[in-house]
Design a binder for this molecule. Sequence first.
Ligand code: GAP
Length: 440
Amino acid sequence: MEKIIEKIVSLCKRRGFIFQSSEIYGGFSAVYDYGPLGIELKNNISQLWWKEMTQVHENIVGIDSGILMHPKIWEASGHVGAFNDPLVDCKKCKSRYRADEFSEEYSSLNWEEVQCPKCGTTGSLTSPRQFNLMFKTHVGPLQESGTEAFLRPETAQGIYVNYQLVQGSMRMKVPFGIAQIGKAFRNEIIARNFIFRTREFEQMEMQYFVKPGADDESLDFWKERRLKFYLDQLGISHKKLRFHQHNENELAHYAKEAWDIEYDFPFGWSEIEGIHNRTDYDLSQHQEFSGKNLSYFDQKNNDRFLPYIIETSAGLNRMLLTTIADAYWEDEKNNRTVMKFHPKIAPIKAVVCPLLKKDGLPEKARQIVNLLKPHFKVTYDQQGSIGKRYYRQDEAGTPFCITIDHKSLKDNTITLRYRDTMKQERISIDQLLQHIKENI
Ligand code: GAP
């Protein structure tokens, strides 16, 4: 299984999905860049999420808040005090670990008896010390106290502190939601498993404001909706998805109840998204720290309360890794590697190939590119044998290959080849656009 992830990393680099950041300088740990196919895939996924949240649900609206915010926000949210991971170092080989990787009950471990996984020395690990995951920076030209700020470790707080402005300007009535997609930063002690855990990543979060008492039912609703998204919109295999409920030790400081949607990655079952009941924890904290009344007034029932919040919080990069891991297929029978992306998220929907580079076939192929490109991402390829061209697109996950031959010039038809089955059919150019649109 470890080999599979290595093959995926290599394919991602070779085909322009994902690159190690700053590669010409030897790389920069736990930061990745997205290449031409990676950004198409990422955009397709985030657009589906945005549509699902802010279009399908009429009572959810979007915002885009700043990465830098008032430092008091992070005191109120509990991140300054409690957003820590326990860190241990090996005094011999200088390796660094999260203590909870050794045991969930790491505080009761006798560290004198623990062996360093890298150098094998017993008793060389330091006792755990708490390490805050927020990145600090300074606002303004002087690096002095009072100018310190943080890069946000979650997008959620930008929603809470704007909630009354959004509610008032859009005349939202509880229950309603606010969605946001944006970068978040965490100074992770160890970052591994490719883009699974990185120091810079994107979150897609939705905060749903409900009346206290309606929270349990709302959590159940969102659990079901979010799982359905992976199945219906992203086309992820059902058997590779499951829920995991947080036990007392795992619950974040703000959560009353929390569930993870997990995927069976090549490195094991791991979280892709969290669905949390955050109660009125965040709003009451911000109310206390800001001194502002953050209650909601229900005019119809003449009732005033602090809403409870059900949060759906997904990492865009992890969702993308899920689609890549799920799509990766070694088709041994046909000696090819295929990225079986759901056509909705495939970076390129179709490739247009003239069979030969002469006899007017390239010109005809260009006409087809021009016909299709206003509607979806399409590419042109005339390099190499037609078989090689098909296999190149299989690796990129392109669901349709369109081939133009001499017959096309005579009867205005093309050969349409399907990525997964490799089946081919002859169809009229007049029907081509509609046919592909119906299948993506
Ligand atoms: N607002 C709640 C929150 O941030 P979280 O469980 O800490 O909850 C939510 O993070 C999601 O963000 C995770 O399920 C994961 O998909 C993504 N995420 C968190 N840390 C990450 C990291 N270091 N790298 C990539 N994605 C990360």
